[in-house]
Write a protein that binds this ligand. Structure first.
Ligand SMILES: Nc1nc2c(ncn2[C@@H]2O[C@H](COP(=O)(O)OP(=O)(O)OP(=O)(O)O)[C@@H](O)[C@H]2O)c(=O)[nH]1
Ligand SMILES: [Mg+2]
Length: 369
């Protein structure tokens, strides 16, 4: 039986993994291949899952902890996809604050399920807004050295580093960034991509099709620093229902919520890793994002729709105490809906600091496949 190609896309929060996943999925589909996706988060109610499903893609999710800690569930979800949609390619997106994925996911997949999956080389997507500052050192990134440690460890285990958002970089800016990456990660292939407009997706596919000694960079990592770095992030997933007598411009509300959150979080000096909100109206959906305090909110997927009733899902990952984050989010959505003369029904909200990662498996250098 032909093995399924298993692709995992690494990268920090807001680096562009979901955008790349969608572009890759359509690229493979255009070649006649059947594609299925797996998303992952520390909590339930994922913007990413809803966004990808709304784009017509087949998605399973592993929620509640990262792939490494829920390895068996990852295999179960992949098994369900295998049975129900017979994919040629499965693309998986791990949690963006997670690292050590080669030792805890790639290696066990190769070793225990190598008869079912052809595990592709492991690319890690580079996020310029935080990455440049972290690579240059100093305290400019807005994150603590422990969170920066996670960012750097993610790059260290990459088979290739994929610089994303090149649509926003000038020629010399990009060249300087490539030099910065090459200097710190010598010998690692560097790809340039704009997941947004599709530049570099063909080159990424060429990398993913390569066979050989990939997925073998097992990190020397301190789990105390990793866990403390992750726990500095406040995590919030919240679902709300918006109701109004008059029609509300869904995109307007999405951007209003993100803009107000940005303003409050900047005042708190709390660095945003990724804020995302999806609006789900009857037959339409829109997504707005913010990936750092130093950049601007954007409507990444406009709904171009108006509705009297719609669902909002907010996912926030911010360097801030989760209780304060929850209060800020709650105040902002109330303010935004009252300004639009809408009422709100607040559904499930989870806010917390991610717990210490306890991987199901961890392969060492000695038994690397
Ligand atoms: N300009 C530009 N924006 C991009 C590009 N790729 C992604 N983005 C935007 O960056 C934001 C984050 O992208 P995602 O794909 O959601 O990032 P992610 O890595 O999946 O984020 P998490 O799931 O939170 O870790 C969205 O607003 C995207 O539209 C790109 O190549 N260029
Ligand atoms: Mg994502």
């Amino acid at each position: 039986m032909k093995r399924i190609q298993f692709v995992m896309l690494g990268g920090f929060l807001g680096a562009g993994k979901t955008t790349t996943m969608s572009k890759l999925a359509y690229h493979y589909k255009s070649k006649g291949l059947n594609v299925a996706l797996v998303t992952n988060d520390q909590a339930v109610n994922l913007v990413d899952t809803n966004s990808l499903r709304s784009q017509g893609l087949t998605v399973e999710e592993v929620a509640g902890a990262c792939f490494c800690c829920k390895f068996d569930e990852l295999v179960d979800k992949v098994g369900a996809l295998e049975e129900n949609s017979r994919p040629d390619v499965i693309i998986a997106e791990p949690v963006g604050s997670c690292t050590d994925l080669v030792a805890t996911v790639v290696q066990p997949l190769k070793d225990l399920y190598g008869n079912r999956f052809e595990v592709a080389p492991y690319p890690v997507i580079f996020k310029p807004s935080h990455g440049v500052k972290i690579l240059k050192g100093g305290n400019e990134s807005g994150f603590s050295p422990k969170a920066a440690y996670i960012f750097l460890k993610q790059l260290e285990e990459a088979d290739a580093i994929v610089i994303n958002r090149i649509d926003e970089l000038g020629v010399s800016e990009l060249e300087d960034l490539v030099q910065l990456v090459v200097k710190q990660f010598p010998g690692v292939p560097v790809l340039k991509m704009s997941a947004k407009n599709g530049t570099g997706i063909d080159e990424l596919c060429v990398l993913l099709d390569q066979k050989g000694s990939f997925g073998r960079k097992i990190l020397d990592i301190n789990y105390d620093i990793y866990a403390e770095g992750e726990a500095e992030l406040g995590w919030l997933n919240s679902t709300l229902q918006v109701n109004s007598e008059s029609m509300i411009d869904v995109d307007h509300m999405l951007l209003d919520v993100i803009n107000k959150l940005r303003k409050d979080l900047v005042e708190y000096n709390a660095e945003v890793a990724h804020l995302k909100v999806i609006g789900l109206a009857d037959g339409a959906f829109g997504v707005a994002n913010l990936v750092s305090n130093g950049t601007f909110p954007e409507l990444s997927l406009p709904s171009k729709s108006k509705a009297r009733r719609f669902e909002l899902i907010i996912n926030a990952r911010v360097a801030l105490d989760p209780l304060i984050l929850e209060k800020i989010v709650s105040d902002v959505v109330k303010e935004s809906s009252s300004f639009l003369n809408a009422s709100l029904v607040i559904g499930k909200t989870q806010s917390f600091k991610p717990g210490r990662p306890v991987p199901t498996h961890r392969y060492s250098d000695k038994n690397a496949r």
